[in-house]
Every structure is written in structure tokens, then in C-alpha cells.
Design a protein around this ligand. Sequence first.
Ligand code: SAJ
Length: 435
Amino acid sequence: MKPRNICVIGLGYIGLPTASTLASKGNHVLGVDINSEIIDTLSKGEIHIHEPGLKHVVQHAIESKCLEVATVARPADAFIIAVPTPFKEEEFGEFNGLKFKLADMRAVISAAESIVPHLKKGNLVILESTSPPRTTCDLVAPILERSGLKAGSDFHLCYSPERVLPGQIMQELIENARVVGGITKESAQAGQDLYEIFVTGRILKTDATTAEMVKLMENTYRDINIAIANEFSRLAEKFGVDVWEAVSLANLHPRVKILEPGPGVGGHCISVDPWFLVEAAPELTPLIIHSRLVNDGQPNYVVEKLIRSIGSIRNKRIAALGLAYKPDVDDLRESPAVEVVRLLQHGGAQVTSWEPFKPEAALEGIKMATSFEEAIQEAEILILLVKHTDFRSLIATEVAQHTHARIALDTVNGWAGEDWRSAGFTYIRLGDHGS
Ligand code: SAJ
């Protein structure tokens, strides 16, 4: 039997799309978030995040009364936990002199605790938040069992990782393959029954810890592959090679797919999740630790490259183009672009930032422009930090008419160097020789 009353805890980038998609299939869904501002916004039919296609689905779900929102949970047939698992800001682990970050599981703990008073026999609980290995069995199950019910016999418990790409969430949520790990076979089956409500991709059943590992392996694999691309960008510069040309030639090999270098790795997933494996077993993860350090060091490398190219940046007026963690999203979490801006400021530069997807961003100590024109007008240097579609389509000759700047640093290979050079700019590109 498929659950009809579903409670989704956490209405962020995953919880809100999941809750509204389930509601759009005619289920009665209660979306819960502890942030009352989010609940107020959603109650008015507005949304607090930018994700193509999401607003329409949410509005429709709220209007049809299939989606209700509240700050506290209520009894339901199934509970889905989709809360953030960031890392701790001030506490670190250490292994052989290397510092590593630790998972902050407080949101998962309080989400699980909020279910306890409502848990009934036959319920299904699914954890979707990216979590260290064994979280479902060793952390979530004991909390839920405070209800007096036994996980796996009185209620079903699963881990099912979300795997959607921000910017394409509404489509990938439905079409991507789903891994559902149950603490028992029956739990996995109950999880599959729930996802069959809206998933058209394959649904694959396994155990909970395997499902946790799958998620962490996917993001760690990507992090390591971006780290090697970033390391190649440094090597290319050292040897007078254009990394972008070298990567495109290497990628002609049928079994090679090198990713793109850039100013670093951001977002709430890839820059965070590999640490969960490190924390669980630092003695087994030297490659993962060092890849994280390479990617975390890339903003500093960008600033060093600028200084190597033009000399001191002290008192230089710089326009930073893009603060999001990747193209065409409004998400600034763990963004390497923000880190580059902070490091430039630390080096004495006067930076004005322009983020078209979040012009109202209020980041401590960061000066935001209200338009692209305002950001570049008084600048001496332009730095392209995010390959937003809008930035890629800028025409160098037109930009030149609106700014004093004649230096352009492109950290993402977003512009055609020749165009910028012929428009009178000294064009510098990350991973490029001769600059
Ligand atoms: N990046 C590079 N070079 C590249 C690709 C990405 O520097 O060639 C950078 C991006 O600019 C960004 C960061 O890496 O700063 C991460 O971006 P991303 O597009 O690789 O990934 P996310 O964090 O937006 O989404 C990932 C996805 N995981 C994988 O591709 C394995 C997504 O499927 C997951 O659902 C998501 O993490 C998540 O929620 O865990």
C-alpha cells in the first residue's frame, strides 16, 4: 500500500521539490521547516530558493491544498528527513598532523527527535540527508526507538540519497535512478513503494549503509576528479601549456574524461561530503583528504596568479563577476568565488561584487553592486568567477565602453581571449600559459 499522508522535514533545495512533487501526485503532504520565515513565504505561494520549474509546482500544490506547510511535524504514514548536514565551523579532527572537518548532525538529530512523538506501527521513515556511513543504523534508529517501537519490525527505516543537480532538480528528482537502502528488506520495499509515486527512473534496493556509501562515493569521486583538473591547471601554467587545450586533447582518449579546472569547489555537497568519509576513517583516506585540500586551496591559487600576473593588488579596484558556487544558480554556500573575494580584500584590494542570481546577497564585509554596470564602472580589473550564461555572452568591446578596467582575469574559461585582447584588455586565464 502506498502512503498517502507524507511529512517532509526540511524545506530546502531537496525537501521542497520532494514535498511539492509528492503533493502534485495527489498525496497529502505536510512540509515542515523550523524557519518560520520560510513557512510564511511558502504560505503566500512564494518560494525562497531559485530553482527552474519549482515555483509553479509549489504554487499549484499549495492552491490545491495537497501541500500544507508548518513549523512542527504531525502524524503521517511516512516521514522523509531532508535537512542539511553541513560541517562544524569551529571543531576539527586531526590525523597525522592533517586537520579535517567534522559533520554537524544536529539537524538530523532534531528532525528524528521531532518524529518520535508521532511515530506509529507501520510507519515508514526515510533519511535523505547526506550522512556519514552508518548514520541510519547507529544514529537515527536509536532516536526513533525512543518511541518504544522497534526499527525494522514495528516501523520501516530507509536511507535514500538524493542525487539531483541544482539547476535541474525538478527533472532529475523524477528521472534519476533512486537507491533505496533499508535496514531490512521489508523497509527497502516500503521505501521503493513510496518513491514509485513519482520516480520514473530505476529504483534499486539495497541496505541502508550501502546507500549511504553510494552517495558519499559519488560526490567524493567528483571532488577528486575536479582536484586533478585543478592540479593540472597549476602544472600547465608552470610548463607554459594551455590547460584547456590540453584537457580537450586528452579527453579525445576514449577512456579519459578530465573535468574543468576553476576557482575551487563549492556548494553544500561536493565540498562537504568527502569529509564525512575522512571523519569515519582518516587512516584510510589520504587521497580524499589531499583532494579536498587541493580544491580548498584553489581560491588562494587564483589570487596568487593575479598577483604573479599584474603585481600588487593593494588598493586596486576589482569587479568580481559572480559569487554563486556554480553557473546559473543562486546558491552561495561554500562558494569558492566568495573565498576569492575575501582573499583579494585581505590582500588590500577594493572589491565590488555582482551576482545576477542574488543581487541582494548580504555577506559580511562584501560590497555588492546593484547592477553589472555599477560593478564594472570604476573597476581597474575584472575577474570572472562563475560561468553564468549572462557573463559568457558579454561582448568585450561593449564592456570596454562601460569600464576603466583593461585587465580581465578569467578563472573559468568563460570568455574568448582573442575578443578581449582585441577590445584592449590584458586577458589572463586560469591554467593558461604566457599570462
Ligand atoms: N566544478 C568544477 N569543475 C567541474 C565541475 C564542477 O570546478 O568540472 C565545481 C563547480 O563549479 C562547483 C562544484 O564543483 O563549485 C560542485 O558542482 P557540481 O555541479 O559538480 O555538483 P553539485 O554540488 O551542484 O551537485 C552534486 C552532484 N553530484 C555529482 O555530480 C556526483 C549532484 O548529482 C548531487 O545530487 C549533489 O552534488 C548533492 O546534492 O549531493
